[in-house]
Design a protein around this ligand. Structure first.
Ligand SMILES: [Fe+2]
Length: 644
């Protein structure tokens, strides 16, 4: 049943308040391109996406791929041409959005400021800044936003394995396992430098907590792409936003027919079949690694009907069912119509059952849940998962074919690729934002709801109430953040960047009547949300993440009932930069906020890093685990905690 409801513009309060910081959005910078060309940081599509190549690219054998089933999987024909998008993480990461001081406010549908009941009256449009940061007050070497991107974005230079880390405070006795992150960590080869953060070559980071103490290890994800760059001493193969440095036109022309290979799992860590660790970007690559040794095994081979349909791009961050272990995500597939040979974009919603093979390198069969044809394929970064439904948000941010073609043509002619993420998607707010409620078992679209346009990276949670209502909590932006200009950030030229923030909104959808209402929580400048996994898919009261706090990131806890915000009070915001928290629930406790919040924290003065362990209930520091002094950990992507 398809239901369509009045737009939210007609049903909720409409006010606008520019946010100083966007935990997820990437910094806004001097407007160098019209609004329609703005792109979020992580999402990208390679130019090759629309170049139908005659044959599937063949990956080089993986050095560690022992079994024939696992040695490098052959890349699907058009599949890898389209590269992954950056995770919002990226987004996020990079996402640290900044808005110009003088930015003109845009009218946008906003939720009620207080309380959870939807309102129908419209409020006046306002224009004011929440935060005003004097750059002269920031620590030396940092920027207006308080984040020292210049140093944070330097490449990692070593792999370490260190036991017996120094621990201040006391770790909970139940906290046993590994906190694993992935992140871009190498941004140049020879004289070549990548265009975007998402092109950085992936590093894995693991903090292992056991009876013996704390161990830190980081290793490069051993990919074909990275080996090609390293062996050539230059950018040798395509990345999402970078092209190889080739000196003459004919070399570049011939390279257009060279099949790309999407191997750079630098954003998400998850587990398939509850055991197989994978690191992935938003593209088709799903790179398996060993949790203990951190050896890279190679691409997970897929053996199902989806392989035949063309490339899967813009993977949403996998959502694992807390009860069944089913691994659920969605992606865009650019199918080629046999009738006119044109591209027919479809959303593909699929899962991996928990009973798939747990053997390293074994082929994986995905379960197709739903195909949704669309005229404007837009990235989906995260999805909601309830007991019965998948909640998928389609933002009005379709792929910008012209922009990508132009970037590729310029590279062909002059060897300079300027196809940053701003060129890859186009903001089309007139389309509105669509929320789909999809039955997990049957694939039926039980409800389709049209909302006023908003942009998002992260769903906080979704849950059912009775047989009719589905709630969705999501961090919304009125428009996409400006893409992340890596070179500019690394040069330190970010004086006029300003932060921007996401707003938590709750959409309540009635599957029977088709009604959709929205309430919200403006002004919290929040993103990178985490909840207690025990309440995933259920009504949650709390979420944790980062907010903008006068130009600096700050770990926070949100109370969704009272709208209170609890900060990590002990944070020295003049130098301590936290990022990407992970919530680890205390076992045997029914208290929702019983657990710890873990986050890698960078000391911006010394460059050292540690892992902070906060009491999630009180937001006070329980322990701090120090990584080796002088060891650089660049801005990284999402992580997860894997229990021992
Ligand atoms: Fe993300």
């Amino acid at each position: 049943m398809i239901r369509r409801v009045p737009t939210l513009q007609e049903t909720i309060d409409c006010t606008f308040r520019p946010k100083p910081f966007n935990t997820n959005g990437g910094f806004h910078r001097r407007r160098q391109c019209p609004p329609h060309t703005m792109a979020m940081t992580g999402f990208a599509l390679k130019q090759e996406a629309f170049v139908a190549l005659p044959q599937a690219p063949t990956s080089a054998p993986h050095p560690r791929g022992s079994g024939s089933s696992f040695a490098h999987q052959t890349t699907p024909a058009v599949g890898d041409h389209v590269d992954r998008a950056a995770c919002a993480a990226v987004s996020a990461a990079v996402a640290w959005g900044a808005r110009r001081k003088s930015r003109v406010a845009r009218r946008a549908c906003q939720p009620e400021r207080r309380g959870t009941e939807p309102v129908t009256a419209r409020a006046a449009v306002t224009d004011r800044l929440v935060t005003s940061v004097d750059p002269s007050l920031g620590p030396q070497g940092t920027y207006q936003v308080g984040i020292d991107f210049k140093n944070w974005l330097q490449s990692a230079n070593e792999e370490l394995k260190v036991d017996g880390l120094r621990v201040d405070g006391h770790l909970p006795a139940w906290l046993r396992g590994s906190l694993v992150h992935a992140g871009p960590a190498k941004f140049e080869f020879g004289n070549d430098e990548f265009v975007d953060w998402v092109d950085g070559q992936a590093m894995l980071y693991r903090l292992k907590i056991s009876e013996e103490g704390c161990q830190y290890q980081n290793r490069w994800l051993d990919t074909w792409n990275h080996r090609m760059h390293r062996e050539a001493g230059r950018i040798a193969v395509r990345e999402t936003c970078s092209r190889p440095s080739l000196q003459n036109f004919w070399e570049r022309f011939m390279y257009l027919f060279s099949p790309p290979n999407n191997e750079n799992g630098n954003l998400h860590i998850s587990q398939i079949a509850n055991s197989r660790c994978v690191s992935m970007s938003v593209g088709s690559a799903c790179l398996e690694f060993d949790l203990e040794t951190m050896d890279t095994f190679g691409k997970v081979p897929f053996d199902d009907e989806l392989v035949e349909g063309g490339p899967l791009i813009f993977h949403a961050e996998p959502h694992v069912d807390k009860t069944t272990g089913e691994w659920v995500t969605c992606a865009i597939q650019l199918r080629i119509s046999p009738e006119d040979m044109g591209l027919k974009p479809e959303y593909v919603v699929f899962s991996v059952e928990p009973d798939c093979s747990k053997e390293v390198g074994a082929p994986v069969k995905r379960r197709l849940i739903r195909r949704i044809a669309t005229e404007y394929p837009s990235p989906v970064h995260t999805i909601g998962l309830t007991e019965k439904y998948i909640v998928m948000i389609q933002i009005p941010y379709p792929l910008n074919w012209d922009g990508m073609m132009n970037a590729e043509a310029k590279w062909l002619m002059n060897g300079v690729y300027e196809g940053n993420l701003n060129d890859y998607n186009t903001w089309q707010p007139e389309r509105g934002t669509t929320i789909r409620v999809i039955n997990r078992e049957t694939g039926e679209e039980t409800g389709i709801f049209q909302a006023d346009p908003f942009f998002f990276f992260h769903v906080i949670n979704s849950f059912e109430e009775g047989e009719e209502l589905v709630h969705l909590d999501v961090v919304c932006y009125n428009e996409p953040p400006v893409g992340f200009p890596l070179r500019q950030a690394r040069s330190g030229d970010v004086e006029d960047w300003r932060g921007g923030g996401g707003e938590v909104r709750r959409f309540t959808m009635n599957l029977r009547t088709g009604e959709c209402t929205c309430s919200g929580w403006p002004e919290n400048c929040f993103d990178e949300p985490k909840i207690n996994p025990k309440v995933d898919g259920m009504r949650q009261r709390f979420s944790w993440g980062v907010i903008d706090d006068n130009g600096m990131l700050r770990l926070t806890k949100q109370d969704h009932e009272t709208h209170e915000v609890f900060k990590w009070e002990g944070q020295d915001v003049s130098r301590e930069l936290p990022w990407q928290p992970v919530f680890v629930a205390e076992p045997y406790s029914d208290q929702e906020d019983a657990g710890v919040l873990m986050s890698f924290v960078r000391d911006q003065v010394s460059g050292n890093s540690s892992c902070i362990v906060l009491d999630a209930a009180t937001m006070t520091e329980k322990a701090r685990i120090h990584f080796p002094e002088g060891h650089h950990i660049p801005l990284h992507g999402h992580g997860t905690f894997i229990k021992a």
